[in-house]
Design a protein. Structure first.
Length: 341
């Protein structure tokens, strides 16, 4: 079967690898669509994603959907032919979570994730024609949610978790800084969650156009000198650029909340945080999701439209071009999908 494999930095190939067979408690999925994430790009460009270093060939991809092709022994909750997506996390290690972290499995000390080099052997991803997964990782798609939309459920789950971290947004003024795919999804979920007004901020027109289509009431191009509002109840920082944090503090109302969704650099960097104290801002981190991928599927079934986010589609044989398009923002790319079979 075909699979999109990275063996080292700058070396992406569509390879022929053995087709797997499901064991007891497992399901074989015929993959249909996969979405390219920033971590996929990082493995391709740098041979690493954060602290996870590529040490063996890795099938990329954790934003995937398809249909069930075969059931392993003992699987009774699903049927062949059903459209599904996948929760890509596997908790490993014998750990006991402290009481204050009960139910927050996204903070489990050791976690394997589709298409991740954090462990050796690596956890192979889903950018392949078929993939075996455990029964408990399956999330069935409703009849009105396509597998193309299902491939967006994972990043939508990331955005939904960020909104859950923030708390009730009903009637709130919200700012999303960074209108890439996660930021645009935060815009959509904030509106879905009842926000009064949503501002989206970026330094380029193309992502702001997507954010507008995803529900932003106002867009701000800071490269053009557009000013941020200064009466925001909840700010979602989705760019991961430390230099913008002081401005986010000033945009947020005294006593307001900032949720950091974009990954920040691991190394030290100077950030002016004085306003965090004097404005008594609550600053929270948001990491992946718990089971908000299930909430994401329900939201799409209830009308949350992710189609404006999907800007490009490629066949699996054109994986190199798909990755180049996702990397090159001059193409206007937001979420680039690959048709896997």
């Amino acid at each position: 079967m075909k699979a999109i494999v990275v063996e080292k930095a700058q070396h992406l190939e569509v390879q022929d690898i053995p087709q797997p067979t499901p064991g007891p408690g497992e399901v074989l999925i015929k993959m249909e669509w996969g979405g390219i994430c920033g971590s996929d790009l990082s493995y391709w460009q740098n041979g690493a994603s954060g602290t996870a270093i590529l040490r063996e060939p890795l099938v990329l991809g954790h934003e995937v959907a398809g249909h069930i092709a075969q059931l392993g022994e003992g699987v009774t909750s699903y049927q062949v032919g059903q459209n599904v997506t996948v929760h890509p996390a596997t908790l490993v290690g014998d750990h006991t979570m402290p009481a204050q972290l009960e139910g927050r499995d996204n903070l489990w000390p050791e976690c394997r994730y589709f298409g991740s080099a954090a462990f050796l052997p690596h956890e192979q991803g889903g950018f392949s024609e078929y993939r075996v997964v455990r029964e408990d990782q399956i999330r069935k798609l409703p009849d009105n949610v396509s597998t193309k939309e299902g491939a967006v459920a994972e990043p939508l789950g990331v955005a939904m978790h960020a909104i859950h971290v923030a708390g009730d947004l009903t009637g709130k003024n919200v700012l999303v800084n960074g209108a890439g795919p996660i930021g645009a999804l935060c815009v959509a979920v904030a509106k879905y969650a009842g926000a009064k007004q949503v501002w989206a901020s970026d330094i380029a027109d193309a992502p702001l156009k997507v954010a507008k289509a995803m529900g932003a009431d106002h867009v701000i191009n800071r490269a053009n000198g557009d000013e941020l509002p200064n009466h925001i109840d909840v700010t979602f920082e989705a760019s991961g650029v430390p230099a913008v944090i002081p401005d986010m503090l000033l945009a947020t109302e005294r006593g307001g909340t900032i949720v950091q969704v974009g990954n920040l650099p691991a190394d030290a960097c100077p950030v002016a945080l004085g306003q965090l104290v004097t404005r008594e801002i609550t600053y929270k981190g948001s990491y992946r999701f718990i089971d908000e991928i299930t909430d994401a599927i329900e939201a799409m079934a209830n009308g949350l439209d992710v189609h404006p986010l999907i800007t490009h589609e490629f066949d699996i044989d054109d994986a190199q071009k798909a990755f180049e398009t996702a990397k090159d923002k001059s193409t206007g790319s937001a979420k680039v999908l690959i048709k896997l079979s």
